[in-house]
Write a protein that binds this ligand. Structure first.
Ligand SMILES: [Zn+2]
Length: 332
């Protein structure tokens, strides 16, 4: 359904190249028309469709990324926000300008309105996961997507699971209005009628001139993100320039200072089975905190056990998963 993101109204019935998010051409020859009152009043998943003045829609943002023109208020907002935040933390950082929410459109020749028309679908990092392409995620990323979907108990469907044309950027509500599973899920993940889940995480700001365990972690995380630099625990000019490059790539203020937003974008959630530089960072931090580990970059049972012990000591949920809250405590 993600050909429906032409930001201006194309002429009805005219063949047109459809512009996707971020200006990428997602595919030629698709024809979009604006929806009219004569057409279905509900989107494919059975939710009332309409313009943002006709249906309740609230803005959604994750870090610097927003989902124009928002998503449906209430439990849908809670659930899609949860998916987007977990995607950002576990699968791939959301890129500003590459994510989309409500859009009131139909496909020509079809009577069904896209689920975007009811504000019950989102697209994430569209140019990286274009409509029709499959295999745009690594197997690790796919397993994290599976984990998010399974936490959603069938309430959310991923476009990568479509039987026909794949749509890997796309996530949508897969139950009808009033379905008790949606309300139960929204309650479980802590939403309250579309309010973003607050409780801000306290991060320690790190900048040029810093030395020690925080800088070491930042350097490993930058390496995890594909930036090349030496891990020496010393925040000098090279580290600063890598931070600036990373910030630019995420649409953050490119000041070279690792503050809350940069930390949030930089950390990678790691857990049993994870491997790589982010795991090395977590292992060194745990060791620094007195939970001694070999920094081998392989998150096995020992790392999980030490993570749980650390989490318990700090009053965190002792799930053995190093997510944002645990990263923040490890680097406090
Ligand atoms: Zn979509």
């Amino acid at each position: 359904m993600c050909e429906l993101h032409e930001p201006t109204t194309p002429a009805v019935g005219r063949r047109t190249l459809i512009r996707g998010a971020g200006g990428l051409l997602l595919g030629g020859g698709l024809v979009a028309t604006t929806a009219t009152a004569a057409q279905a009043a509900t989107s494919q998943n059975g939710w009332p469709a309409g313009s943002t003045s006709a249906i309740p829609v609230s803005g959604l943002s994750v870090g610097a990324a927003t989902f124009p023109a928002g998503v449906r208020s209430g439990d849908v907002h809670t659930v899609l926000g949860y998916v987007a935040r977990r995607f950002d933390n576990e699968v791939e950082a959301l890129v500003k300008g590459w994510c989309w929410g409500h859009s009131y459109r139909v496909i020509s020749g079809s009577t069904s309105l896209s689920n975007h028309s009811s504000g019950t679908a989102i697209d994430i990092n569209a140019p990286r996961h274009p409509l029709g392409a499959s295999g745009t995620f690594s197997s690790t990323q796919r397993s994290h997507i599976r984990s998010i979907l399974s936490a959603c108990d069938g309430v959310v469907r991923w476009g990568g699971d479509y039987s026909g044309r794949k749509d890997e950027m796309h996530f949508e509500i897969n139950v009808r209005p009033g379905d008790a599973r949606l309300a139960a899920l929204a309650r479980r993940i802590g939403g309250r009628g579309g309010a973003p889940t607050p409780t801000p995480i306290a991060w320690t700001t790190v900048r040029r001139g810093a030395n020690g365990f925080r800088t070491t972690a930042i350097q490993h995380l930058l390496r995890q993100r594909g930036y090349s630099l030496t891990v020496d625990g010393s925040f000098g000019a090279i580290t600063e320039s890598r931070v600036i490059s990373f910030q630019r790539s995420r649409g953050l203020v490119a000041d070279g200072i690792v503050g809350p937003r940069t930390w949030t974008a930089l950390v990678v959630t790691v857990q049993r089975g994870s491997q790589g530089q982010a795991v090395v960072a977590a292992q060194k931090l745990l060791t620094h905190r007195g939970y001694s580990l070999t920094a081998d970059g392989v998150f096995g049972s020992m790392t999980a056990t030490k993570t749980q012990a650390f989490q318990q000591s700090r009053g965190l949920t002792a799930d053995g998963i190093v997510g944002p809250r645990t990263w923040a405590k490890l680097t406090a």
